[in-house]
Design a protein around this ligand. Structure first.
Ligand code: RP5
Length: 368
């Protein structure tokens, strides 16, 4: 069994390296091909389409019904405007606080355009190259914040306003990109309160062990539990005899069929995660996790046309849950562990996670 686990970890590392590896040659080719065949410019931008002349102009978002959702508290929309927070490949132009709202004219606004090569290659999780080819009625493209607004060229508009970057950045979908986040707490020693966290593989920040919703997830809460299993429950200790024997059986069958090591690893990971998820969702506290937040995430990957939204679910672990005793990182997380809740810790969490976890009354109280 340890062989399976070692190969599994090796597969994850190899996947991570492949995923991070940008290909400038391909990017250059894609840029010219897209422009030649679709008239779609990757690097240039059409500043004119974002020039809104004023409240009386029939092309202004206000005139088209973009409501006060766009005028928001700046703390909800500051990380995704901050050039120093931007992931590799993003070049954000400055958006002053008083020019964030699409309702405010910003004649000189020239956002830089960026869509990652990994997205332009159109993997299964990414949308078509142009927003007009998206099925805006499908479930995956509905926003927790209500109706999505578009500019006059058909580009979806970030409901919290300008970010200094247009395109999709690293996000696969135009408009909302849905995630689900589990908030798992337990009582620690000496009256302390603990939160199960991961250290993110991309920027090393502590974060909730959440991730993107898959089309196969039955619900947002199921997605949150699946992500918890994938990102934080990779200790061999969570593999009970039943799971071990099912994995060994699958490995044997695949070997007899002559599958490659790579294929075997991928299938073992898939089955392992599925079995841990099934057991976890039937364990105490996980049948009906409490939804504490549904909305926008101020994520450093957001752009004017693609942004993160999440639904977060709280479960407090009473006593011992064998799956959660010894967290161990998996998927794209570097590290997983129970961490004592302190105001400093909470305020240092990734993206909007500080605000999201404060929806748990005890965490809010500790941070007050
Ligand atoms: C955040 O990014 C969400 O709240 C969620 O925690 C996470 C999902 O993105 P990946 O971890 O899959 O990159 O915005």
């Amino acid at each position: 069994m340890s062989g399976i686990i070692e190969r599994y970890n090796g597969f994850v590392e190899a996947y991570r390296q492949r995923h991070d590896n940008r290909d400038p040659g391909f990017f250059k080719f894609a840029k010219y091909a897209l422009k030649a065949f679709f008239g779609y410019s990757v690097k240039t931008h059409n500043a004119g389409k974002h020039i809104f002349k004023g409240p009386g102009d029939s092309n202004t978002p206000a005139a088209k019904g973009l409501d006060s959702r766009a005028v928001t508290g700046m703390n909800e929309h500051s990380i995704c405007r901050d050039p120093s927070e931007a992931p590799e490949g993003y070049h954000r132009v400055g958006v002053p606080d008083d020019k964030v709202s699409w309702n405010t004219p910003f004649e000189d606004y020239k956002p830089s355009e960026y869509t990652a090569v990994s997205v332009l290659r159109q993997p299964v999780w990414a949308d078509p190259l142009k927003p007009k080819d998206v099925n805006w009625k499908d479930k995956a493209h509905q926003s927790h914040l209500g109706e999505i607004k578009f500019d006059q060229t058909g580009m979806p508009l970030n409901p919290k306003g300008r970010t200094g970057t247009e395109g999709r950045g690293q996000l696969g979908k135009w408009g909302p990109n849905h995630a689900a986040d589990p908030i798992i707490t337990r009582d620690g020693p000496d009256g302390t309160y603990e939160l199960l966290l991961i250290k993110r593989g991309d920027n090393g920040q502590w974060a909730l062990p959440g991730g993107m919703v898959d089309p196969t997830d039955a619900s947002f809460s199921a997605a949150a539990i699946r992500e918890l299993a994938e990102e934080a429950l990779n200790s061999p200790e969570v593999l009970d005899d039943d799971i071990k024997s099912q994995l060994a059986l699958l490995e044997g069958q695949l070997k007899i069929k002559g599958e490659t090591d790579k294929e075997i690893e991928a299938r073992i990971i898939g089955l392992r995660n599925k079995l841990v998820f099934e057991k976890l969702k039937n364990s105490p506290g996980f049948q009906q996790p409490e939804e504490v937040y549904k909305g926008y995430v101020d994520d450093r990957r957001n752009t004017d046309n693609a942004w993160m939204e999440t639904a977060a679910y709280h479960t407090h672990i009473e006593g011992s849950n064998p799956y959660l005793n010894k967290p161990e990182a998996g998927d794209d997380a570097q590290h997983a562990q129970w961490v004592e809740v302190t105001p400093e810790l909470v305020n240092s969490l990734y993206a909007s996670h500080p605000d999201i976890v404060k929806h748990v009354p005890r965490i809010k109280e500790i941070c007050a």
